[in-house]
Design a protein around this ligand. Structure first.
Ligand code: FES
Length: 161
């Protein structure tokens, strides 16, 4: 078994050798969205590997292509659905913010201030800054988000895992 430490948690998450980082994190407090279904096409499983990057599988061309699009990319960025744990342990953290997959997810928040940054699920750009009031006009301006997500999901269905 391998261990994954998520952010400040002292308790490791146990996972079998060669399982995806995502498999360790999805039942944890990491609460990853997996908008593309784990196909390496989105930003919602983007993590920073703070320790133990050498214990993970190498970055594939598909992962590299997606990572290049992500705002907030760092040298230690990985996609949890693409990185497999080969040995030892790893420590990971998440970019701050909440991803959404549909503009309508903000409907119930109209008139309120965003408690955290609202992020685009494909490239991680900030759609609404923390503290900004969510208005109907702001949601209307996010119409492209729904088109982007539908296109990404169609593409993910044609790809092997
Ligand atoms: S779930 Fe989309 S890239 Fe990992």
């Amino acid at each position: 078994m391998r261990q994954v430490y998520f952010e400040t948690s002292q308790d490791p998450i146990e996972v079998e050798t060669n399982r995806r980082l995502l498999d360790a994190l999805k039942d944890s407090s990491a609460d990853l969205l997996m908008a593309c279904g784990g196909k390496g096409l989105c930003a919602t499983c983007h993590v920073y590997v703070d320790h133990g990057a050498e214990n993970l599988s190498k970055i594939t061309p598909r992962e590299q292509t997606t990572l290049r699009m992500i705002t907030g990319l760092r040298p230690n960025s990985r996609l949890a659905c693409q990185a497999k744990i080969r040995r030892g342990h790893v420590e990971v953290s998440k970019p701050g913010g909440r991803y959404i997959t549909s503009s309508s997810q903000l409907d119930q928040l109209v008139g309120r201030r965003a408690q955290q940054r609202i992020l685009h699920p494909i490239d991680g750009t900030v759609l609404v800054e923390r503290g900004k009031i969510i208005t109907r006009s702001r949601i209307r301006r996010l119409a492209q988000l729904d088109i982007d997500v539908a296109t990404m999901r169609r593409r993910s269905m044609s790809l092997p895992r």
